[in-house]
Design a binder for this molecule. Sequence first.
Ligand code: SF4
Length: 347
Amino acid sequence: MLQRLENEARLTEEAHRLYGLLKSVSKEDGSPWTYDDCLAAAPYTLSINRFKKEQNAVILAHSYTTPDLVYGVADYRGDSYELALKARETSADIIVFAGVWFMAETAKILNPDKKVLIPAGRAGCTLADAMTGEDMQKLRAQYPGVPALCYINSLAEVKAQCDACVTSGNVFDIAQKIPGKELIFVPDLLMAENLEAELERRGTPKKIISAGGSCCVHDKYRPENVQKLRANYPGIKVVAHPECPIEVCRLCDYVGSTKGMSGYVAQSEATCFGMLTEFGLVNRLEAEHPDKKFIWPFGVCRYMKQNTLANTLEALIDPRPEQVVEVAPALAAAAKKSIDKMFELTQ
Ligand code: SF4
């Protein structure tokens, strides 16, 4: 009886902790997170946080995963670059990466001796999956001598064949530092267009040669989405990710990485923002700026949302084979060179 009461008290306390963090956060249908949602999440967050401690594990959660993960159990939350840095620095024995496959793969490349787990298993990404190592090999053969950058949203077999890796936060600065008038940039065709335009704007033009695909979330936005936001919300500031089409980016007040958009919102005196990006970032901003209003037309990454509290607990207790990240040592060593080059060029 006493034990049952103690358990109930712990659950109630945890539900209150979660509700304090999530009460200003919305769900996809526009309804808010409720105390009951938090009470349902509490047994998972309590168990995950206990196992995490016992196993000396660290949980890294991308901002596009769900808020119960981001605020309930993650030790660090952020975009690909911020989490790659955390993965490089951690002293934990186990890294649990709530994100998609290429991110967990990057964490493993940076930590070949650690156990790296991904709750969602081999969760894909339309960008990373748009290009194979063979495609990259052909492209480099077609343009001999042209330096090549790859977006971090790429597979290890692509990274291994590039001179440096980049993220949406450092792509413009790193591209500017690469000598020459031509540059290969893969696998985001839309970011390649934005890159070429930005380099032109900075007075350091380059012809960008690209191949690959696009992000299935950001490639859906159209100029009409920006126009509608401005018509319906006078004074609104519209922000977008550089994975969006260039004709959309040109109409926005700010274009930048997940971290860049967060920084823009934090320093802006505006109170209403149109968010042309994935819903998870909207949730983070709602939690961190309850005094500001965020209008989100649409955009959910179904791959990121495959990470749940249930499969995070499963990965910690008894991971399925697809939740354990392995990268062949020779491939990891080659891909690491391009990731290390990014860290070097970002300093
Ligand atoms: S939001 Fe786009 S780029 Fe990011 S993981 Fe999903 S599909 Fe890939």
